[in-house]
Write a protein that binds this ligand. Sequence first.
Ligand code: ZN
Length: 312
Amino acid sequence: MIDTVADSATNVDAARREYLKELLANGIITSTGVSGVYGKSGLFERVLAGFDRFVTESGIDQRAEVFRFPPVLNRADLEKSDYLKSFPHLIGTVHGFRGNERDHGDMLNMLEAGSDWTRHFHHTDLVLTPAACYPLYPMVAGKLPAKGRLFDVQSYCFRYEPSDDPARMQVFRQREYVRVGSPESVRQFRDLWLERGQVMLRSVGLDVQAVVANDPFFGRGGAMLAASQVEQALKFELVVPVASREALTAAVSCNYHQDHFGVAFGITNDDGSAAHTACVGFGLERITLGLFKAHGFETKSWPATVRTTLGL
Ligand code: ZN
């Protein structure tokens, strides 16, 4: 049994490395020398933009308020969100140089000597955005209108997890719809997108399954948080084959945060109760990689319905 599990893990790792090699060899992505950080070809971007448009068309009935934020977040907002408690291992912080000319000279000497020049850099008020919906919650602090609000956001996100799995990038784009309001409206929204997300992925030829999932909480306390998240079915993932059919990859996640962000950021419903929130996040790079895996690197030979849906 243990051997079978180990063999299967080795097979999955090998399949992931093999797919990465194919993507690089076919010029779909290019290496930067850092695991999980790639340049993307025009073809990759056309497919990704096609799916991004499809997300817009599929959510047209939501009449979402559209916001686009830069890939950095106010450090104080990350501190309020509990992210430091739950996911310290995924955070990226932004540092900057504030020294004088002497410090600059010292830093260049350190660079020349091959020693650690980064100690001349100090933290700024910024961290890298961990998920596309994070900049929204501080923005909507205060009392919501009676019907709550619904948003459409997209952002580059960062998670510090270098990997040779092409689907586990350190920097990637998330497109999300986010609902903020009463518990009923938020659960309804989550259920709607759990179904709609599956229909969407199926319609572009991806073999999708919905599974109950948990976030990668840190440490021993994290294991308990993860178990409770699964028990309450707060997070669903729509998983598809990317590098391997054996280990599927989360392409979309539907998250019900209950009143976590409502309490943290002082977002209240019309009746004064803490707002509930949920988001559905499309992993645009992962979906694009899944599409290339399913249909090949020549988009001209993709099924006509898929090409039409993606405008290719
Ligand atoms: Zn989100």
